[in-house]
Design a protein around this ligand. Structure first.
Ligand code: COA
Length: 534
């Protein structure tokens, strides 16, 4: 049951890998620091001068002292627009408030007045999606100028645009998922609906305002001249309109009131799982840096990774000697029971069948699934096609899609092709999905894509009676490889919210334990599988 390790920490390969991964992690940590604390002391001072706290200070006051905040997607919006939009202009994450895990969604007013770029909307909607799936109360810390007007066509009209935020609030409220808002600044037009659609709301006197149209628009439309405070200030809404329920003196007071609101919520239901005391792995997580190769295309033993993440380094493997390129087994992480599916090579028919069977077992017992991806896809070639790899792979994809238990995905190495689907990639709705900084994600590797495109061109030319030249081949190959290298990077993926964040491998246990704790509020209905093609 205990996973053995044959890693030699004194080998040259270990030292080379360690140096490479440490440098990558250092770069990543510096980038996150730069993004999360953009503006630094200057920004803080400006907020304080307005009688406001920064968004991070607000969250700190809201959380239970000493508790961990699982911040999501800090790289959202990175290098996406002409101007920087740090953290996508909004902070989201799971944190404990008055003893209850909640989803926190907080505008950062120092990023273009807290307005919503397309990525801000996407990040807000993803946070709501996680909250809905995991039955977490939503706490909105509102301080936003509403839609980022120059990009209105990308934030306003479509299904997953600004309006969806309010739709989600209404739907979640109906599902008894509490919706609570505190208003710390301007809350104009569409933004006004966040507190208005909430079950309970709070407003900060002097800084918080809510109105469908601000004073300039009111004057233009009706000729009425009115100050922001008289139009939709805190007193107006707590004494006259009844739009808001609680009056706060300042940001800190608003957070204290929000803690009270959460304290008086009913008890949340949790999954009836047989959890146990968390136990540290037998091996040091630091060694992950020496195990993970310095090149994503180099193979490595996934059990060495699992041994440094799972409780007690224990894994009760299922069909250990069958379909060996997919490791399946029962384990615990942070004390929670999990069914592990981890790649150890390309997926064959046997691996897909084994994975499908294993998922059926986990679903039967309502055990959360944990996917560790390092996959180039399913095996190709006539032998495998004739063996029906397409239908066997489809079984795995069916099982993953319909398994009605919490699913967590971690991209450890490569996430390529249909392997991404079979191993619960973003399209398969994992409750949470994370990447390691050196991991890669794309439809196929750059070299393979370039090869395919060169072949297509060669065939076109041959039909015209022409020949491919080495110059033309290089002309096709180089930009494709460069594009795939750039777009396959974890940073590129995370900036676009293809995941919920990038983790330091050494931090994986802590983050996955937090994510599993958040999943325990999921109210699972029974799983209904579709037709497995035989
Ligand atoms: N769309 C695009 N940019 C906006 C914006 C919006 N809705 N609201 C503010 N900005 C930009 C400003 O142009 C400014 O950009 P700059 O730093 O490049 O000059 C930046 O955000 C900060 O705005 P500023 O007004 O200087 O900051 P503030 O903290 O004093 O006020 C607001 C912030 C949001 C209260 C204020 O800008 C405002 O009222 N905006 C309009 C809100 C509105 O009517 N929205 C309707 C949307 S449906």
């Amino acid at each position: 049951m205990k996973i053995g390790s044959s890693v030699s920490t004194s080998s040259d390969v270990y030292a080379k890998n360690y140096a490479f991964n440490q440098a990558q992690l250092q770069d990543h940590a510096e980038l996150v620091e730069k993004i999360c604390f953009a503006g630094g002391e200057e920004k803080k001072k400006k907020q304080h001068a307005r009688g406001k706290l920064t968004v991070r200070e607000r969250i700190e006051k809201l959380l239970d002292p000493g508790s961990d905040f699982l911040e999501l997607s800090s790289l959202a919006g990175y290098e996406l627009y002409d101007t920087p939009v740090p953290c996508g202009g909004i902070l989201t994450g799971v944190g404990q408030v008055s003893g209850r895990l909640c989803m926190i969604v907080a505008n950062d007013p120092t990023v273009k007045g807290g307005t919503y770029y397309p990525i801000t909307v996407k990040k807000h909607l993803r946070a709501q999606e996680i909250a809905e799936k995991n039955h977490l109360p939503c706490l909105y810390l509102v301080d936003s100028g509403g839609a980022f007007l120059p990009m209105q066509d990308e934030v306003f009209p479509d299904k997953d645009d600004f309006g969806r935020i309010f739709y989600n609030q209404a739907r979640m409220s109906a599902k008894k998922i509490p919706q609570i808002a505190s208003v710390h600044g301007f809350c104009t037009a569409g933004g006004a609906y966040i507190p208005a659609m909430s079950d309970q709301s709070i407003i900060v006197e002097g800084n918080g305002t809510i109105f469908l149209a601000g004073p300039p628009l009111v004057e233009a439309a009706t000729g009425e001249v009115v100050s922001a405070e008289d139009l939709g200030g805190a007193r107006v809404h707590t004494e006259k309109s009844g739009v808001v329920d609680h009056l706060a003196r300042d940001d800190a007071h608003a957070m204290a009131i929000m803690r009270q609101v959460v304290r008086y919520l009913g008890v949340s239901k949790t999954m009836p799982v047989r959890s146990q005391q968390p136990r540290e792995p037998l091996y040091d997580a630091e060694e992950l840096l020496g195990i993970l190769p310095d090149d994503v295309s180099k193979p490595f033993e996934m059990r060495e990774i699992l041994a440094r993440i799972l409780d007690g380094s224990e894994l009760f493997e299922f069909k250990k000697d069958y379909g060996t390129t997919l490791i399946c087994g029962f384990a615990h992480l942070g004390g929670f029971p999990v069914g592990v599916l981890a790649n150890n090579g390309v997926l064959f028919s046997e691996s897909a069948l084994k994975g499908t069977h294993f998922i059926e077992l986990c679903v039967q017992e309502k055990i959360p699934l944990l996917f560790f991806q390092n996959v180039t896809g399913f095996m190709v070639g006539s032998e495998y096609e004739h063996g029906g790899i397409a239908k066997h792979g489809a079984k795995l994809v069916h099982a993953v899609a319909n398994a009605n238990v919490p699913k967590l995905t971690l991209v450890v190495g490569g996430s390529f092709g249909a392997g991404n689907y079979g191993m619960c990639g973003r399209g398969f709705d994992p409750n949470f999905m994370f990447m390691w900084p050196t991991s890669k994600i794309s439809v196929m590797g750059g070299a393979q894509a370039a090869f395919v495109l060169v072949m297509v061109k060669r065939q076109q030319l041959e039909k015209q009676g022409k020949q491919m030249t080495s110059e033309l081949e290089a002309e096709i190959r180089q930009p494709v490889e460069a594009k795939y290298a750039r777009e396959g990077h974890a940073t590129y993926a995370s900036a676009r919210l293809w995941d919920d964040g990038i983790l330091d491998p050494r931090d994986t246990r802590r983050v996955l334990s937090q994510a599993l704790a958040a999943c325990m509020h999921t109210v699972n209905s029974e799983t209904q599988f579709g037709i497995f093609r035989m």
